[in-house]
Design a protein around this ligand. Structure first.
Ligand code: UDP
Ligand code: MG
Length: 340
């Protein structure tokens, strides 16, 4: 096993990066209603990128086991100014797995992740590409400019989550960063080398390092339908992110243990002191019950936390594939037909 990995042999200069190209990975799950118009916008974008940066583009639609007509619509999309790959997974594996499938199928060096619901404006992509080609950044990530339209409770939860996951971490995961991001060829190569099954892309993309830059943007409203990420799913993703990214919960458990034990010790001392000075028996039943319940509750929570990590170890150990591809189709854009 190697201890480190050298991906620096990949493209480093902006000029040769541009000679390669950009794969746009779009996970789609029940996005039939807006797919055609999104594709239209992506084609326009590809045209612009080719003219201004001589960048060739492909788009990889990963159908994550949609129940509607997404797959047939995706297959019918024209290779107009852009190569089109359609990868259809054997069932719904979740967005992180769909992103992974897209990353595995991307062929053109740099990779851009973009949602299939129109929330990530293709118009912004040019700006991200400029940071990569002109300024030489490897990871160009986007973050919500503000969270004014979210409830206080949700903002608090998000803040708490990032505080915990970044606690003591050397490479912090930027708060509010989304999956809408561009990765240079060497960043893609690095991401592809990570062996874990439990993927939390926001975290991994930050963890690999290289030159990273943040771009603030205002997410557009969904072009149709509703989000699939409800509170329960977000909680799941948060636990996933936390346990695959940091041992902060375990540290927190140890710390809480120390604090509780310290408190109990002081309480014991104070009882001794009281008996000593007043000579009276200290009435103890309620404090005994409270103490027992506290210890019992805290222990159960801690066992749960440890259990999450053991579950993670189990799923890494089983080493199952992250997704299965049911069908794969592609269309090529012919360059000689290109441009006027
Ligand atoms: N998505 C997916 N698999 C899923 C759920 C979502 O591929 O199981 C895709 C979805 O089609 C969309 C993106 O992930 O392109 C983001 O999903 P959504 O808009 O529901 O989440 P939000 O924007 O609210 O985070
Ligand atoms: Mg969305």
């Amino acid at each position: 096993m190697t201890l480190g990995s050298d991906v620096s042999g990949m493209t480093t200069t902006a000029a040769s990066a541009a000679a390669k190209g950009l794969s746009i990975v779009v996970p789609v799950y029940n996005e039939a209603a807006g797919l055609a118009s999104l594709h239209q916008r992506i084609c326009d974008l590809a045209r612009t990128l080719r003219q201004r940066y001589r960048l060739s583009c492909e788009v990889v639609y990963v159908d994550d086991g949609s129940a509607d007509a997404t797959l047939s619509i995706a297959r019918g999309l024209p290779a107009d100014a852009i190569d089109v790959q359609v990868v259809s997974l054997s069932r719904n594996f979740g967005k992180e797995a769909a992103l992974m499938a897209g990353l595995d199928h991307a062929r053109l060096g740099a990779v851009m992740f973009m949602d299939g619901d129109g929330q990530h404006p293709p118009a912004l992509v040019e700006q991200l590409v400029r940071h990569w080609i002109d300024d030489g950044y490897d990871v160009v990530y986007t973050a919500k400019a503000h969270r004014d339209n979210e409830t206080f409770l949700r903002r608090l939860a998000v803040h708490g989550f990032y505080a915990l996951i970044n606690w003591g971490a050397r490479q912090k995961i930027p708060e509010d960063a989304g999956d809408f991001r561009l990765l240079s060829p060497r960043a893609v190569a690095a991401l592809r080398q990570l062996p874990e099954r439990n993927r939390f892309f926001k975290g991994l993309a930050s963890w690999i390092g290289f030159r990273q830059i943040r771009v603030d943007y205002e997410p557009a409203p969904r072009s149709h339908g509703v989000t699939t990420f409800n509170a329960a799913r977000l909680l799941g993703l948060s636990i996933e992110g936390l346990t695959s990214f940091s041992v902060a919960p375990l540290r927190f458990a140890s710390l809480l243990g120390v604090v509780l034990a310290g408190g109990a010790f002081l309480f014991g001392l104070s009882i001794l002191w009281e008996v000593w000075t007043t000579g009276k028996q200290v009435p103890g039943y309620p404090s005994l019950v409270v103490g027992l319940m506290t210890i019992g509750g805290v222990q159960l929570i801690m066992i749960g936390i440890v259990g999450e990590y053991i579950g993670k170890i189990l799923s890494e150990l089983k080493a199952r594939p992250i997704y299965f591809v049911a069908e794969h189709s592609e269309k090529h854009f012919e360059t000689d037909k290109a441009d006027d």
